[in-house]
Design a protein. Structure first.
Length: 155
């Protein structure tokens, strides 16, 4: 897992709209809350996506945006986004290639499967904060609160 001060690995992935999206382009728009989740349409992943949906406007108010990443394809992402009314971009990471670079794989120590990991990445591409919690969405909600406070403080 990446730690504060680490440079976030670059990537280009397909979005829920079929567009290619790079980390560089995302960071050009401001700080990024980048979260990795195991699968579209699962109960805990749905709860987490809804939590980020509900926090997106608060994050936008401090210049940040939310982006979610999981291994399912862009068509699944589009359906998941529409069903939940998500107001942020979802990216497809087939084979968890990017998730591995971010330490967001290896559920319960196993070498496969996605993990629920969230990063706050500054415009300079450096990790400012992170959290991992496979089943406790409340830990990610606390992370969002910390991220907003840090961005308000100018961190």
């Amino acid at each position: 897992m990446l730690t504060p001060g680490d440079q976030a690995p670059t990537f280009t992935l397909t979005s829920d709209t079929g567009e290619m999206v790079s980390l560089e382009n995302l960071l050009a728009q401001g700080p990024l809350v980048l979260y990795f989740y195991p699968a579209d349409f699962t109960p805990v992943c749905t709860a987490e996506a809804c939590m980020y949906r509900d926090a997106a406007s608060e994050l936008a108010a401090v210049g940040a945006r939310v982006v979610g990443v999981s291994p399912q394809g862009s068509a699944s992402k589009a359906s998941f986004k529409a069903k939940l009314g998500l107001n942020f971009t979802l990216l497809a990471d087939p084979g968890n290639v990017v998730a591995k670079q971010y330490g967001a794989t290896g559920w319960f120590g196993l070498p496969f499967g996605g993990r629920r990991v969230t990063y706050l990445i500054g415009r300079d591409g450096k990790v400012l904060d992170s959290v991992v919690a496979d089943f406790r969405v409340s830990k990610h909600a606390g992370f969002v609160k910390r991220a907003i406070e840090a961005l308000n403080a100018g961190t």
